[in-house]
Each structure stands twice: as structure tokens, then as C-alpha cells.
Ligand binder design. Structure first.
Ligand SMILES: [Mg+2]
Length: 167
């Protein structure tokens, strides 16, 4: 079985914009993210992004623009992301079990990549990132400034989260 670091995208790997057009030319990768992913990869972790992209359902940006962003990210991260799971839904348009805090994207990844949840981590900035991970027995690290008490650990950013994972 494999160990994995699940990653929320916006606010963890790139700067988060609320209801803003995510396009490849505006995407801002956060400092230290690329090096952090390299360290995790070297330690044997799969790297899987689990992201809500409700801007697609809301018509703010298209699925194609999102895929372009993911290509830019893969380039910046030296193609180390094993898979991007995304939920293009929003409750105002269409309900979905896929969208976080639903756990379906995690469950798909766990089955496809044969992941041992007990050896795995979820890094996210919002409580809804942590809910599905906790349900599945994945340890959680919350980055950024959301004042949730749900996380097992907290860190300033992805680079700081390595100290938690590597002890
Ligand atoms: Mg986020």
C-alpha cells in the first residue's frame, strides 16, 4: 500500500482568490510550495490534489481554464503531482457528494492508488478540507489563518507543514 499527502489547491499550492477567474496567466504559486512537494516526493509520498472548483458551475471560469492552470502547476512542480481530483459543482447550481466536505474524491483516490490512510496526510486551509480526511482516518494539517479547532496540526504554510510530517 502507498502513503499519500493529499493537498487542497487554492490557499495551499497557489494564492486563493474568492470567486475570481482562475486563469493560467494569473496563477500565483505560493513561495516554497515546489520545494516542499519535492521533499515529500523524495520521502515516498504520493501527491494528490483534491480541489473544489465551484467557479466552473458558477460560470466564472471554464473547465479548460482549470486544466490550463493544472498544467502550469505541473510545470512549476516538476510534474510531481500524481493526480488532480476536482469537483466542478456548487450547491447554488447542483448538489454533489464529490464536493468537499464530501469524501468521494478521497475515496476514489484511495481505491485507485491503493493508499493506506493511516500513513497519509491532508493539508488544507478550510474546515471543509479536513472533514472528509478525518472521516477516513487521514491525519490533518491546517495552513493559513482559518481559526478552526478541527485540525490535528496547524502550520503557517506548506513548507512549515513538512516539520509536522517529518517530525
Ligand atoms: Mg483552499
Amino acid at each position: 500500500m502507498n502513503k499519500c499527502v493529499f493537498l487542497d489547491r487554492d490557499g495551499v499550492l497557489n494564492r486563493d482568490y474568492v470567486d475570481y477567474v482562475y486563469s493560467a496567466n494569473k496563477l500565483e504559486i505560493l513561495p516554497g510550495a515546489a520545494d516542499a512537494l519535492t521533499s515529500l516526493k523524495r520521502a515516498g509520498y504520493l501527491l494528490i490534489v483534491i480541489t473544489n472548483q465551484s467557479g466552473i458551475a458558477k460560470g466564472i471560469y471554464t473547465r479548460e481554464q482549470m486544466h490550463e492552470c493544472h498544467q502550469v502547476m505541473q510545470k512549476a512542480f516538476n510534474h510531481q503531482i500524481d493526480h488532480f481530483y476536482y469537483a466542478p459543482w456548487h450547491p447554488s447550481v447542483s448538489e454533489s457528494l464529490t464536493r468537499k466536505p464530501g469524501s468521494l474524491m478521497f475515496e476514489k483516490a484511495i481505491a485507485k492508488f491503493n493508499i493506506d490512510t493511516r500513513l497519509s496526510w491532508m493539508i488544507g486551509d478550510k474546515e471543509r478540507d479536513l472533514v472528509p480526511a478525518k472521516k477516513l482516518g487521514i491525519k490533518t494539517i491546517q495552513v493559513d489563518n482559518d481559526d478552526s479547532r478541527m485540525a490535528d496540526y496547524r502550520a503557517q504554510n506548506l513548507a512549515d507543514a513538512l516539520e509536522v510530517i517529518f517530525g
